[in-house]
Structure formats: structure tokens, C-alpha cells
Design a protein around this ligand. Structure first.
Ligand code: BEZ
Length: 393
């Protein structure tokens, strides 16, 4: 953080700290607990993502043992429903009413934008465990906002080059029409065109619509060399199955950012075989940290971990750095922020560091679905850092 931004932020938060102290009188906040708020989707197409994030986060916190720093940990949740129109109210509920020490949220880029605006007003510490909105660590970056996932620019940045290397120069891009999809498309286009490819058509469906028939009929008529896309969660299951059912799978190879096949392979079945994606994680990563993490997650939740669980877990690891630095007292915001800025996270995805804009600098892998597993077939980009356009930290 630049010195002037740090000064401005701290001056602002000490005023806010005074306010929150006053407002605490009636709300029962005690200093013998660490108050963690989850603002995540627990219903709708991204419900499974929200749960995996919460599970991964709680798994990381187990590393602190019971009563870390002599305190208990209290959890507060709000279901944001992946609904941007409710984001301001939901963020106010968790930051002001529940008066948490840190918010872990959220998944949907549009909801994240509303949440960050509130965080800028309240000075609340926020760790984003998924939402990729570029602005979160770009034009709207803030001293108190950190991300443990990715910017939407990152996952599709290497994808176009990989498709051209596979011999596909004419592509259609399909996505839900909202921030995450549009930013994924813009980044894909940049990389694909730089490698000599051409996006012959962009096709959209409104979020969270899963009626793909008309679009797939258009793809068949356009006959591109390949299709690239952004879908995740329940929508990704439906899209991949519909693509195969439309008979396109064998004639027009399907690519995407790795969310297309993360955490959903069981539901997609054979329809997902052979799909190539780029992402900062894959189930099949063979490093010791990932193997141990996957085993611990399986034991704890009787489920397989996925990228969302990893991002939640890393949010927990990041918070642990802040807790260790402040002896469990997150009201020491400058110290907490310092610790998080300098963090080096030993993640199941491989080690990563925090960029100046508070976004992971991390490897991206080329991933192919092989026998029902997201298998790493190469490194698509080593140490990729988001350009953080417009961020002055
Ligand atoms: C987003 O809205 O930023 C997003 C949601 C799911 C997966 C990836 C990105």
C-alpha cells in the first residue's frame, strides 16, 4: 500500500472504529471472540461453490486449534443468492448488524462490486474467496480488500494461445451475460487475437439462465474450429451436457476457463471427457500439499475438494497470517493488513504471493478431463499477475 493511501485508510478506520465502538454497546460484541462473516451464495446456481468455500475456510482454521489466542471463533452467514440487487443490504447486514471482524465473500462478480462499495465505507476487512471482478483489485482496489482466488482477466488470458497451438484459429465464445463472463471474454479475445486467432461470434445468455438450445443451433451453423466459454456451478453442468447432446462434442472441441469442469465432473459424466481448460488449480495436481489437502477435505466432509474449496482454504490461511501478527486482535488493522500484504501462501494450487493490488500471483495450468479427473497436462502460464489497471495501492 502506498504511504498516502495507508494514511488515508487508517485515518478513516480510526474514525469508523470509534463509531463501531459506540454501536457495539447494545449488540453484545465481546473481545473474547473472533467474528467471521460469510457472505456467500447458499442457494441458486452457485450454491455448491459457496458451501465449498465455507468448508475449505473452516478446514484451514482448524490449524489454529481450539481457542486460538484465548478466543473462540464465531461465525455469521448471509445467503447473498448471487443477486447483485441485494448486495448492498446483505453487505450492510454482515458488516454493520453482525459487526464481524472479517468478511469472507463472495462468489458472484456483480455481488462483489456492491459488497466492496460497502466495505470502502465501513472499513471492514474483506477476503474475496472467488469473485473475479477485475475492479476489485483494479479501479476499486482498497487497503482492506484482499482476494485469494483470481481476477477474471487471469484464467482465460492463456486460453487463446493454447487453442491456437491446438490448431484452432476461428472460435465462438459463449457466456452468461454479466461481469465475470464479459471480462473472461475480453481477456480471451486479447490472448487469442495476439496468437493469431479470430473470435467469429460472441453468444450470450442472461445469468443464471440455462436454456442453451438456440445458441447451440447457431454454433452448429457457424461451424467454428472450436468453442470457448465461461460457465460455472449448476450452469456448467447443464451447458456441457447440452453441448454433447446437441452432437457438437465430436466435431467442435469445447474449451473454457476451468470453472467449466471444476466441482461438477460427477454430474457431467462422459459429456465432459476431453474438455480442455485453463485454471490456477486442478484436482489432479500431484504436489504433496494438494494430496494432503484433498485427503483432509474428504475426511472432514465426505466429498471431493475443488477449486472453490481451495480458494476458501487459502482465505483461511491468509487470515491466519493476520491473526498471528495481531495475536488474534483484528482491530489492529494496520498490522493485519501488513501481514496479509506480505503473505506467501503454501496452497494446494502451488505457492502464491500477494500482488501489490491484493490479488494472487500464481501459476495457471492447462487442464484436460481424462477419465473423470481434471488432469494437469501443462503449465499454461507461470506466475501470472493481473495488470491491476487503475489500482493505486
Ligand atoms: C464470478 O462471478 O466472478 C465467478 C463466478 C463463478 C466462477 C468464477 C467467477
Amino acid at each position: 500500500m502506498s504511504i498516502s493511501n495507508r494514511r488515508q485508510f487508517l485515518a478513516g478506520t480510526s474514525a469508523l472504529a470509534g463509531l463501531s465502538f459506540l454501536s457495539l454497546a447494545g449488540c453484545g460484541k465481546t473481545t473474547d471472540s473472533i467474528r467471521v462473516g460469510f457472505m456467500l451464495p447458499y442457494t441458486g446456481t452457485y450454491a455448491k461453490l459457496g458451501m465449498a468455500i465455507e468448508n475449505g475456510f473452516k478446514l484451514a482454521l482448524r490449524e489454529l486449534g481450539d481457542n486460538p489466542f484465548g478466543k473462540s471463533i464465531e461465525f455469521f452467514t448471509v445467503d447473498d443468492e448471487s443477486n447483485p440487487s441485494k448486495a448492498t443490504d446483505n453487505a450492510n447486514k454482515i458488516m454493520t448488524r453482525d459487526n464481524v471482524d472479517v468478511v469472507i465473500g463472495t462468489v458472484h462478480s456483480g455481488v462483489a462490486m456492491g459488497m466492496i462499495k460497502v466495505a470502502q465505507e465501513t472499513g471492514s476487512l474483506v477476503i474475496i474467496p472467488n469473485a473475479g471482478a477485475n475492479a476489485a483489485t483494479g479501479t476499486m482496489c482498497a487497503p482492506n480488500v484482499f482476494r485469494t482466488s483470481f481476477s477474471n482477466w487471469q484464467p482465460t488470458h492463456p486460453l487463446g494461445r493454447i487453442m491456437v497451438e491446438d490448431g484452432h484459429k476461428k472460435s465462438v465464445f459463449i457466456t452468461w451475460k454479466y461481469g465475470a463472463g464479459e471480462e473472461a471474454l475480453a481477456s480471451f479475445r486479447e490472448g487469442f487475437e495476439a496468437a493469431g486467432g479470430e473470435v467469429i461470434k460472441e453468444l450470450f445468455v442472461p445469468f443464471p439462465n440455462v436454456e442453451f438450445q438456440a445458441i447451440l443451433t447457431e454454433v452448429a451453423a457457424l461451424k467454428p474450429d472450436a468453442v470457448a466459454c465461461f460457465f460455472a456451478g449448476g450452469g456448467a453442468v447443464k451447458f456441457v451436457k447440452d453441448y454433447a447432446a446437441a452432437g457438437l462434442k465430436s466435431s467442435i472441441p469445447l474449451y473454457g476457463s476451468g470453472f467449466l469442469t471444476e466441482g461438477v465432473l460427477d454430474a457431467q459424466g462422459d459429456a465432459a471427457e476431453g474438455i480442455t481448460t485453463t485454471l490456477h488449480y486442478a484436482d489432479g495436481l500431484q504436489n504433496p500439499k494438494n494430496l494432503a489437502f484433498r485427503e483432509a477435505y474428504r475426511l472432514a466432509y465426505s466429498e471431493e475438494a475443488d477449486v472453490y474449496a481451495v480458494q476458501g482454504y487459502d482465505a483461511g490461511l491468509l487470515l491466519i497470517k493476520a491473526l498471528q501478527e495481531t495475536s488474534g486482535d483484528l482491530s489492529k488493522k494496520a498490522q493485519a493488513i501488513n501481514a496479509m500484504e506480505g503473505a506467501k501462501i503454501d496452497s494446494p494450487r502451488g505457492p502464491w504471493t500477494m500482488s501489490r493490488a491484493h490479488n494472487p500471483i500464481q501459476n495457471f495450468y492447462t487442464v484436460k478431463v481424462n477419465n473423470g479427473v481434471n488432469s494437469v497436462v501443462g503449465t499454461a502460464w507461470e506466475g501470472l499477475e493481473d495488470p491491476a489497471v487503475g489500482c493505486d495501492l
